[in-house]
Design a protein around this ligand. Structure first.
Ligand SMILES: C[S@@+](CC[C@H](N)C(=O)[O-])C[C@H]1O[C@@H](n2cnc3c(N)ncnc32)[C@H](O)[C@@H]1O
Length: 240
């Protein structure tokens, strides 16, 4: 499906609404979509080396392999990996990847940056392992996004403590995410400024990952971008 288009956004949104009931469908679709975005920015994945940092259950790695890439999944949490992680899965933290400099054609990370307390170091490690001219794909849900509080959204707008307490009251379950432990308030404007100030990457695209229109315009508008971007996708090229 073409990115951006209404059909694509609607299909992804519908799958997202059923994510709890049918995660395989949701993440398979999202992985296909992300691989399309990588190929649109970088060319065919066949024969390329891809590292998927914080890849969770491995849907993205699997899709990259389906397209002929040598893809490796780096994930620190064995609970996320599932019962039988695929060959080429490495239990490792994104802050310290067990890789030499410049080995990857594509360093990929989907929806991980908001889960690390030091996104600058995390991104630097992705840049380090990417070869000059290679692509870095990073996307994250920013804090003021309607989905910023994840399972306790949109009540995070009233503060994390209230949102978490409400979630517990309503569901009887403990929330998966705790602000300051495994979910961090990351913002669009400061992240864009940090990335643009780097001299080891150039920004190919900074856009709202799921938007069907104005995808590159929304992240340019101060204040509005913090609420409307929903999920920021950065496509970066590693400088020589
Ligand atoms: C919301 S999940 C995203 C999974 C998958 N990338 C996706 O888009 O569906 C966040 C993932 O980030 C991982 N993560 C958290 N901290 C990390 C770190 N320091 N390095 C690498 N991965 C990390 C978590 O274990 C989890 O699998």
């Amino acid at each position: 499906m073409k990115d951006p288009s209404f059909r694509r956004s609607l299909t992804l949104f519908r799958a997202f609404l059923r994510e709890q009931q049918d995660p395989a469908h949701c993440y398979t679709l999202l992985a296909r979509d992300a691989a399309d975005q990588v190929e649109a920015a970088y060319g065919p994945l066949a024969g390329r080396t891809v590292v998927d940092v914080g890849g969770g259950a491995g849907y993205f790695t699997e899709e990259f392999r389906r397209r002929g890439a040598q893809a490796y999944l780096f994930e620190p949490d064995s609970g996320e990996l599932g019962e039988e992680p695929a060959t080429g899965t490495v239990r490792a933290d994104g802050y310290l990847l067990p890789l030499a400099d410049g080995v990857a054609d594509v360093a990929f990370s989907s929806n991980v940056l908001e889960h690390v307390d030091d996104p600058v170091t995390f991104l630097s490690e992705m840049v380090r392992v990417t070869r000059p001219g290679g692509l870095i794909y990073v996307s994250f849900t920013n804090w003021y996004s309607p989905w910023g509080g994840h399972e306790w959204a949109p009540w995070h707008y009233l503060g994390a403590d209230r949102a978490v307490a409400r979630y517990r009251r309503r569901t009887g379950r403990r929330a998966k995410h705790t602000l300051g432990e495994n979910l961090f308030a990351i913002h669009v404007g400061p992240t864009l400024r940090q990335v643009r100030a780097r001299d080891d990457v150039s920004v190919l695209s900074a856009r709202s990952r799921y938007w069907p229109f104005l995808a590159e315009t929304v992240p340019k508008v101060p204040v509005l971008r913090e609420f409307a971007t929903w999920n920021l996708l950065l496509l970066l090229r590693r400088c020589p």
